[in-house]
Each structure stands twice: as C-alpha cells, then as structure tokens.
Design a binder for this molecule. Structure first.
Ligand code: SF4
Length: 702
C-alpha cells in the first residue's frame, strides 16, 4: 500500500463520535489525528482515539470464513448459512431465528440486518447490544416526547450555567465531551457542575458539588427536586399549560416520594444540606443541562429514572433552548444509528412503531413478503430462549455477548447448545467466536464505509482508507448475499453502502405525519455515491427545511398525537436485588478510561493498558478494614450468580457498602473470570435493559 492523503473518518469507540483523520504512512503504519473540522470534537482525541493506529495490526484478524472450524471460500460459507437458516425457518418457524447485533455496526449494516429478519424472515427477534447501554433512554424519550429524540447537542454545554452529570463518568467514558465541558467552565466561571454518582470519579475534578447517592435512588432524588420546584414557585406554569400534559399526576407521585427533605436525603445517602443546595441551584438557574448515561439507564427502574429527570426539565421549561436540555449520552459509536434503523426488537425501521399504519407503510416500502407484526425478544430474553431451545439459530454481529451480557456463564452454556451459531466479526478469537459453527470475516474500522450517528444526532461518515484483508466484507454485504441465496435477490441487490443509506433516508420521510416526526433525513435520499462520499457531518433532522438542529422542540411542539410533551408519574422502587446478610455489598460495574468493551481491539494497543493493566475491585478503605483486607490483596467476590477472583484496590472515592469493577476483562484477557458472570439479569420491565449497576455481592480473602 502506498502513502496516502489524510482521510476523514470517525472514531469507532464511544458515542461522542469524534472526527478522525487517518492515513497510511510510508512504513505501512496508520497515523491518526483529530479532525479539527469535525463539530463534535474540534480536533481533540482521547487516549483511545489517539491509539487507533496501533489496533490495526494483522494480529488475530479473522480474514477467512470458517465452517465447523475449517476454512472455506466465503461464498460457500454464506451458502451454508443461507441453507441452515432456511431449514430452521422451514422446520420451526420465524421465531426460531434471531440476530444479535451491535452499536459498533454502521447504519447500513444495521439497516440490512433489520430489513432481512423483520421484513423477509418474518421474525422480529433482532436486538442490539445497545439494549445494555441506552434502551431505557429510548423508552423514556418515547414516553415523554412521543419519539426517541435527544433534544440537545454538545453546544448546550457551552451555553449552560448548570450542568448536572447523572450516572455519568464523562471524564472516562466520553472524554472529549468532558473536555468541552471543562473548557466551557474555564471560559465561564458562572457555569456550575454537579455530579450525581455513588463514586467519586475523575468527573468530580471539575464539580462544584458531588452528591454521592446510594445506588438506584435517582427517581427519589429527582422526584424530590420536582416537589421542591413546585413548593417554591419555580415551575413554568405557562410552559406547562401550553406544551405539556400529565402534570398533576406526575407531581402527585413526586410528592409521595418527597416527604421531608431530611428523610429523602437519608434515603439517597447524602447530607440534607447538599441535596438542598442542588435543588436551589437547579431552581435558580435558567439554563440547566442534565447529562445522563449508564448510571441511569442500567437499572431495573431505568426508564422511570429518565422520566423523573425529564419531568423536572419540562416542568420548568428548561428544554428546547440552547443550554437547557435533558441530554442522554450514548455509550457506543452508532447506538443512535441502530435506533434510527429500528434494530431493537421493539422498534421498527425509520422510528416507526408496531401499529397498523406504520406496518402497512413499511410493508409497502420494502415490498415485504413476510413482515414481522409484533415485537421480538429483547437481549436477555433472547439468550434465555437460546438456552431453552426455542431459538435454534442465532447470528451475532460485531459483539461479544459471552462476556457482556449478565449471567454470562448461562449465555455461554446457551451458545454451546444452540444448533446454529453464526458470528461475523473482524477478530478471530473472542469469548464468543469459540462457540461459532460459522465464522464470517467482517471488515473492520478503516476497511469499511458507512454512516454513524453520535449522541447529539450528528450523522458522520466512517471511510475506508486501508485495503480489506483476505475475504473480509462489510456486514451489509454478508447479509445481502445470504438474503439473495434465500430467494430475496431483488430486495437485497445493493452494490454499495451509499445505495443502502439512500433507501434508509427515503424511509425516514415515508409517513404522512412526517411533519411531527423529528427523525427525518429524507433530504439525503437519492444522494449520488460521490455526494455520499463527500457528505459533511450534520445533525438530523435533514429534511430540506432550513433549521437550527442544535435544540429540538424549541417551538414547544412534541411528537405525540396532541403535540404536547408528557410528564410521567413515577415513584421510587427499591431494587429486587437488595443487599442482605449473605450479600451485604453492592457491586457497580462500568468502564475504565483507556479500554473499550471487551478489549478485543483496545487490548491490541499496549499503551492503552499502561493506565490500568488488570481488573480490580474498588472498595472503600473502611469496608476493606472491616473484612480485614488490604490494598492489592486477592479476594473472591461472589453473588448469587457466581464468583471470581480479583485484586482489591482501596479507593476512598468508593461509597461505603459499594464496590466497583470494570466490565472489560474477559476470559481472553484474564484467567480469573468475567464480571458479568456475577451480575444478575434483572431488567427494567419497560426497556428490558439489565441492571448492571446493582448486584448484591459478598467478599472473602482468596
Ligand atoms: Fe473516540 Fe470517544 Fe475518545 Fe472521541 S471521546 S476519540 S469518540 S473514544
């Protein structure tokens, strides 16, 4: 390969969606730098983005198809997949097949996967690892706004006077959004930052106030805020009257949770003065942004938490203006793209729903012979059905459920027993690929072309700048070839990602009520390949109307039938996984700064392991002392689901009774087990998102 020009692309890690410039230098090494023209990151990159070039080695790449462990020509392997899927469908019906996809996929991959299984195989059993990340935010948005819409943008941070980080360690999990916030605070000393998190994380370095709440108490805390705002005459009555519904029952529910401030503070595990200070700051500040992430979403009450936060913004009219928003930050690079194409079991493509008018429109648009008419199974239930034998064929794309799903030991047993496991990935050996009957070589970052959408609704291109290795192909190509071999050639005759994106964009503008719907990128349908290749980053909607897309709902018009936002009555509920004598401690899980998901990519860059080199269990020193344990000691941590050995790390930033362990290290990188095997599979009843932040555990010396 010869030396290239800089190619503009997008980072494949977190939902910040940073623009990256990459080029192959004369030594066949890939150099990367931040793209200063990209609106999301303005040229900045975090440690993970800056190390992208180090992850592009040939080491461990899956370059050829394997069927039952034997290398096969790609076409033969795809024929085998098509024939086994057809056989399974013929013998057991549509619900016997499932696709488990990923926020790492590009929009075009996602679109084709969803179209194939829902439109042509007749099954809605497609779910994404985004279920583990932000499905509670999706459901909360739909309840409040009528559509899954993130109202704000990163520019809100530069216009806000109060930014509250709720269940978000922005400094490590979205480092460039954090840098923007830090810069904004330097530029505007009036900007205050509040962190609501049981842990004292690096995000607290810029916090004016840290509320180290008890895990899982966010609904009570925000209901308390709602009641406080009402009691102190801080509601925006005009906004409530003109633009919302559901105020009275929502306030009544909030008041039930917020008897005395002192009791509420005790329930939340914080000082009453600190709680009051936060309430006063929110009440007295016009421009408030509440940034929330996995600490809110990964909960058995995640959807209610989302709505408790949004209620406070709607009740004060602090939404739809620059610097005033409830802002869900997504974990993955293209979780938002997956939501756009409907690649979650309970969604349809183009933000459509399972209702007769939408189903009819989609059926006609796809010319679908066998459209799924009811939601499929969500991630945790999907693997339970694999375990029970109801699902007999599963295709896993670009994700590692043997490590990432709760009760992962059961997931591994289920995959072992499943008659057909197809895995498409760019890495040959992961904890999941070892269960594959068929391994399909997928193109990875730098080799593939397509679209991603970041947390602020910004569409950006990922562009290829290195040649694909061996037989590797984009996932959309692998899916389309299987579709053709199953008899659906006409609907899957795609020649490029540009054609797929054009179809996706056209679908977004399909419905007659499109004027009420925010996800509308129909102005991008029919783009030529050259224009698609040259497309600049832009936030949706992109519908041909001149508009400021930084703050949606600025006109007070929402996507509900009445056009009004909905306040939702929610009440705090204690988790089903409560601590007890046998399991007196609460395990929280999350990310570290320099690794990504199950490390199949960041594990290839040695410098990314210099920050934290092995898994650890963080504990408050007083808790460690009560167990007679010292820093660095090996311990066994156990829950009702399993146990593993890990090194203890004393950290005074841990709340008493709370532990923290990172999600990244798998059996592949650590012989001592995977934290997900401890995590219970309790899910939010609405979103199906697992409660990965809250598992009762115990400890003993090893
Ligand atoms: Fe990549 Fe996220 Fe880092 Fe940006 S902040 S460089 S998107 S990992």
């Amino acid at each position: 390969m010869s030396q290239q020009q800089w190619i503009k692309t997008t980072c494949p890690y977190c939902g910040t969606g940073c623009g990256v410039e990459a080029k192959l230098n004369g030594n066949a090494k890939v150099e990367v730098r931040g793209d200063s023209s990209h609106p999301a990151n303005l040229g900045l990159l975090c440690s993970k983005g800056a190390a992208l070039g180090d992850t592009l080695s040939n080491e461990g790449r899956l370059r050829y198809a394997l069927v039952k462990g034997h290398q096969e020509p790609l076409d033969k392997a795809l024929s085998y997949v098509a024939s086994r899927l057809s056989q399974t469908l013929g013998e057991h019906g549509p619900d016997s097949v499932a696709f488990y996809v990923s926020g790492q996929l590009l929009t075009e991959d996602y679109y084709v996967a969803n179209k194939l299984i829902k439109g042509f195989l007749g099954s809605a059993n497609i779910d994404s690892n985004s279920r583990l990340c932000m499905s509670s935010a999706v459901a909360g948005h739909k309840r409040a706004f009528g559509e899954d819409v993130v109202p704000g943008s990163y520019e809100d941070l530069e216009h806000a006077e109060l930014v509250t980080l709720v269940g978000s360690n922005l400094a490590w999990c979205h480092p460039i959004v954090y840098q923007r916030l830090k810069r904004a605070k330097l530029a505007n000393p009036k900007l205050k930052v509040v962190v609501i998190d049981p842990r004292r994380t690096d995000s607290c370095d810029i916090a004016d106030l840290h509320l180290a709440v008890n895990g899982g108490t966010d609904v009570a805390l925000f209901n308390g805020l709602f009641a406080y705002l009402s009691e102190h005459g801080k509601l925006d009555q005009r906004y409530l009257q003109q633009h919302t519904e559901g105020f009275e029952p929502a306030l009544a529910a909030a008041k039930q949770d917020a008897a005395q401030l002192s009791q509420l503070a005790e329930q939340c595990g914080i000082e009453p003065e600190a709680l009051l200070r936060f309430y006063q700051m929110f009440a007295d500040t016009e421009r408030c942004v509440s940034v929330f992430s996995q600490g809110v979403n990964q909960s058995a009450q995640g959807v209610d938490k989302v709505n408790a936060i949004i209620n406070c913004h709607l009740a004060t009219g602090k939404i739809g203006k620059l610097g005033a928003s409830a802002f869900s930050i997504t974990g993955q690079p293209n979780a938002m793209g997956g939501r756009e194409v409907g690649a979650l079991a309970n969604l349809l493509a183009g933000h459509l729903d399972y209702q007769p008018e939408h189903l009819a429109a989609l059926e006609a648009f796809w010319n679908s012979p066998n459209l799924a008419r009811r939601p499929g199974v969500k991630a945790v239930d999907m693997f339970a059905k694999v375990a029970s034998g109801e699902i007999k064929a599963i295709w896993i794309m670009g994700t590692n459920p043997a490590v990432s799903l709760p009760e992962s030991a059961k997931v591994r047993e289920a995959l072992l027993a499943c008659p057909l496991v197809v895995v498409s990935d760019c890495i040959a050996q992961t904890d999941t690929t070892r269960y594959a009957d068929v391994l399909l070589p997928a193109a990875g970052w730098g080799e593939r072309d397509g679209m991603v959408t970041n947390s602020e609704r910004m569409l950006s291109r990922q562009r290829a700048f290195i040649a694909p290795q061996g037989d590797t192909k984009p996932d959309w190509y692998l899916l389309s070839q299987v579709a053709k071999k199953m008899g659906f050639a006409e609907a899957f005759a795609y020649q490029s990602s540009a054609e797929i994106f054009s179809e996706h964009a056209a679908l977004s503008g399909l419905l007659a009520d499109a004027k009420q719907r925010k996800f509308d990128i129909s102005a991008l349908s029919g783009l030529s390949k050259a224009n698609y290749d040259a497309l600049l980053p832009q936030r949706w909607p992109v519908n041909g109307q001149a508009q400021d897309t930084r703050s949606l709902f600025s006109d007070g018009q929402f996507c509900t039938a009445s056009g009004k936002a909905q306040l939702i009555a929610v009440n705090y509920q204690a988790s089903a996984s409560s601590c007890s004598g046998d399991y007196p401690l609460l395990l929280n899980t999350g990310r570290v700064r320099d690794h990504w998901h199950t490390m199949t990519r960041t594990g290839l860059a040695a410098k990314l392991s210099s920050h934290i080199s092995e898994p650890m269990l963080e504990i408050n020193p007083a808790d460690a002392a009560s167990y007679g344990l010292a820093d660095g000691e090996l311990v066994v941590v156990n829950s009702q689901q399993g146990e593993l050995r890990v090194r203890l790390k004393l950290d005074s930033g841990q709340k008493r009774g709370h532990l923290f362990m990172p999600i990244h290290w798998s059996k592949q990188f650590s012989s001592d087990g995977v934290v997900s095997q401890l995590v219970n599979n309790i899910v939010d009843p609405i979103s199906g998102q697992p409660e990965s932040k809250y598992t009762a555990v115990n400890l003993r010396p090893w």
